[in-house]
Design a binder for this molecule. Structure first.
Ligand code: MN
Ligand code: MN
Length: 464
């Protein structure tokens, strides 16, 4: 009796794997192969956007700048400075009824090179770095790192580099002190154990000649010059990022999880992109945002705070031939958005930071966050009940398992995404993404079940 009543009244969070049949399981594993393969080729925002553009081109999308006019069914994109991208499919419904937007970010925590990166110390050559985003600095020492980026010469010539990913490439690393001599370091607080200024990448040790100062540095520059035709001065106009050289791998004897760098937020970016590639004949205009600079506050011309997104939508309004004063505002006010960013997955080893009745668990499906923010919801975009109900209805109608959670215990910490930026324009927005373990670490963990659940959610949202 009580069992039946419980079934009727309780909101049970079930393990998603349990109720799957073999075919569904296979779909999940197949999808995650594509995901891991993509991750291995898209470790930076530039690489992600390059891959996304290629995929979009293959699926009938074209640069909005190539269109004079737009009509329902047209598939378009705009690439913003090679680091962020907006894609859209024009809906059959009037655009004044609002857009259905899914927005994620393609930048991830990492180490950037300083503007004058190269130096030599006691016959070892180093690149000086400046970390990007919220990292635990000690995690970035003594792991294999690869170098990815773009160097632009004064004459405009652009050189893309990627070293450390191929099996035959060398890798690079940041050294740490041996425990035998680390007595003082080990007494420090964990956050001070490694100084930001000491995150220096070891890149060489052979001198060019026998005599003279900086012979190892000279040898490195000679190698770079032969390989890329650059000099030290060309590093000034470059964006070079250090990321873990690990490949994305299946995790666990049951291979149920993905371990990979940069899953925050490339897991939501990939799943939404994959969903958009399969869309046809949407009612409301479907928009997919792949933004940059989320990890450092969404500022700058490739971040979500910039007006580049407004420009893209205005360009659509112009080319649909409907634009008039204030229409952009109206379109945003009637828009609906999933801010698709990762959630903190509950980690039983660190259970004390989470409220278990309000945490996102691995393997229980996509995680909705009604609000983010910190302490008294400071800085939060809090989705209204009506909108949460609308999103719930889509998920329940499509039999997609989901959970609703918040990021950690009330007074412990908090986080933010791009949700508030689009909410400030007047749209209904809710955070919605994949739970992750070890978020912002060089190797992050997700459940393949949740990855697939995200893909199904995004597809259902756009088809709603
Ligand atoms: Mn994120
Ligand atoms: Mn993040």
């Amino acid at each position: 009796m009580s069992e039946e009543l419980q079934k009727k009244l309780f909101d049970k969070k079930e393990n998603g794997w349990v109720s799957l049949n073999e075919e569904e399981k296979q779909n999940i594993f197949d999808f995650s192969k594509g995901y891991m393969n993509f991750l291995n080729q898209a470790k930076t925002e530039r690489e992600f956007v390059k891959m996304a553009r290629k995929l979009a081109d293959q699926n009938g999308f074209r640069d909005i700048m190539e269109f004079d006019t737009l009509k329902p069914g047209d598939k378009i994109y705009f690439v913003n400075r090679n680091k962020s991208m907006y894609l859209a499919i024009v809906g059959t419904e009037s655009i004044e009824k609002g857009l259905h937007i899914i927005g994620s970010h393609v930048d991830s925590p990492r180490l950037d090179l300083k503007p004058n990166p190269l130096y030599e110390d006691t016959e070892m050559a180093y690149f000086n770095t400046h970390y990007y985003g919220g990292i635990k600095k000690y995690q970035w020492t003594t792991i294999p790192l690869s170098i990815h980026g773009t160097i632009v010469k004064a004459n405009g010539e652009t050189i893309d580099i990627c070293i450390g990913e191929d099996e035959h490439d060398p890798i690079f690393t940041i050294t740490d002190l041996l425990p035998h001599l680390a007595q003082d370091q080990m007494e420090k607080k964990l956050k001070n154990g490694i100084d930001g200024e000491d995150l220096n990448l070891l890149i060489g040790s052979i001198p060019y000649g026998e005599k003279g100062k900086d012979q190892v540095k000279l040898n490195i520059l000679n190698i770079l010059n032969q390989k890329y035709g650059i000099t030290e001065a060309d590093l000034k106009s470059s964006e070079i990022e250090l990321v873990p050289a690990f490949k994305a791998r299946s995790l666990g004897f049951d291979e149920s999880m993905v371990a990979a760098y940069g899953q925050d937020d490339k897991v939501c970016a990939y799943t939404s992109l994959a969903a958009m590639m399969e869309l046809e004949n949407v009612k409301n205009t479907a928009v997919c945002i792949l933004s940059d600079k989320e990890e450092i506050g969404s500022m700058g011309n490739t971040g979500m705070e910039s007006h580049m997104f407004d420009f893209f939508i205005s360009e659509m309004l112009n080319k649909l031939g409907v634009n008039r004063p204030n229409l952009l505002d109206k379109v945003f006010c009637f828009s609906k958005m999933l801010s698709s960013d990762v959630d903190a997955g509950f980690d039983p080893i660190y259970a004390s930071v989470s409220d278990t009745t309000n945490a996102g668990f691995l393997g229980k499906g996509i995680s909705l966050n009604k609000y983010t923010g910190a302490r008294g919801k400071s800085g939060a975009s809090d989705a209204n009940a009506e909108y949460v109900a609308w999103v719930r209805n889509i998920l329940e109608k499509n039999k997609i398992q989901y959970q609703i959670a918040e990021l950690g215990k009330v007074d412990i910490g908090g986080g933010g995404t791009i949700a508030y930026i689009i909410a400030n324009k007047g749209a209904d927005v809710i955070d919605c993404g994949v739970p992750v373990l070890s978020m912002h670490a060089p190797y992050e963990v997700t459940s393949k079940y949740d990855v697939y659940s995200a893909y199904k959610t995004y597809k259902a949202f756009w088809n709603a």
